[in-house]
Design a protein around this ligand. Structure first.
Ligand SMILES: Nc1ncnc2c1ncn2[C@@H]1O[C@H](COP(=O)(O)OP(=O)(O)OP(=O)(O)O)[C@@H](O)[C@H]1O
Ligand SMILES: [Mg+2]
Length: 268
């Protein structure tokens, strides 16, 4: 999650999902963003009536949840979206337990017994959809860019997480940040912000450089670990997957020799 647009939420969801699957876990990606970028990035068709994610969340579709899910890569499936999601937010405000809808839906997914890991791609807002994702997941991973506005945006985000915890009496684990689109050639603002981020309470779990291979992989509907398996981007996602599955040590916040640290984390 991150209410800032374009920081890499969708990129992290698809690429991390693929890297976790490579470790043998069965992964479901959920496209909770009405923009549908995850669905498009995976080159999958939108949901069709009546089996849409919007209808399932509203409760007007009560059929098999498997109808909402399409296969993408080996061990990675996607719960796709469609344009009805744009209207959903307003409709949810009129329904009871509006923050719990995704939790209820994912209970049905759990009952299928087909997945070990679920990653939810949030829209760029702190609205009811993101609240649903937080509550369903009970944990948040935060892609950020290393730039001046990030620290303020992070403060808003952390306040929102705390207010949900207070109001709904749930616990949300903040897993950490993924610094994305990192380009140290852009100078001191970028490198000094990375230092400021490293000093925050939230751990930095990976640093993903700004690389053409990520955009190219997106364009052909592939995760970067397939598109360019040896690239630094692929290595960064393998490393992140290892940290989140508990198989690698978290990177030191000081990120002294990042490339070396991430390289050690490639699965056999
Ligand atoms: N590390 C990277 N290197 C190069 N390009 C990247 C990288 N990460 C993301 N991009 C590109 O930047 C754009 C924005 O990324 P993405 O869509 O993942 O962000 P987002 O936070 O999901 O955006 P939104 O807030 O609109 O949902 C995409 O075109 C993506 O291909
Ligand atoms: Mg997105």
């Amino acid at each position: 999650m991150n209410q800032k647009g374009g920081v890499g939420k969708t990129t992290v969801t698809t690429n991390l999902g693929a890297a976790i699957a490579r470790r043998g876990y069965r992964v479901l990606l959920v496209d909770l963003d009405p923009q549908g970028h995850l669905t498009y990035a995976c080159q999958l068709p939108e949901n069709e009536q009546p089996a849409t994610l919007a209808a399932a969340l509203l409760g007007t579709y009560a059929g098999p949840v498997a109808e909402l899910i399409a296969p993408w890569r080996e061990r990675v499936d996607v719960m796709c979206t469609n344009v009805d999601m744009f209207l959903l937010e307003r409709q949810l405000y009129q329904s009871r337990g509006m923050e719990m809808k995704l939790s209820r839906l994912l209970e049905k997914v759990t009952a299928l017994g087909q997945y070990d890991v679920v990653l939810i791609d949030c829209p760029p807002s702190l609205g009811v959809l993101t609240d649903n994702a937080l509550i369903a997941a009970g944990a948040a991973l935060i892609p950020v860019q290393s730039e001046d506005s990030t620290l303020r945006a992070l403060k808003l985000l952390l306040d929102q997480v705390r207010s949900i915890e207070d109001e709904l009496r749930v616990a949300i684990e903040l897993l950490g940040m993924v610094v994305n689109l990192y380009d140290k050639r852009k100078g001191r603002v970028v490198t000094s912000t990375l230092k400021a981020l490293a000093d925050m309470q939230l751990p930095i779990l990976a640093v993903v450089d700004d690389r053409a291979s990520i955009r190219e992989a997106w364009r052909v509907g592939q995760p970067v670990i397939e598109y360019e398996p040896e690239s630094p981007s692929a290595i960064a996602f393998h490393s992140l997957a290892g940290v989140l599955t508990g198989e690698n040590e978290p990177l030191l916040a000081q990120v002294i020799d990042l490339d070396k640290a991430q390289r050690k984390a490639i699965p056999a």
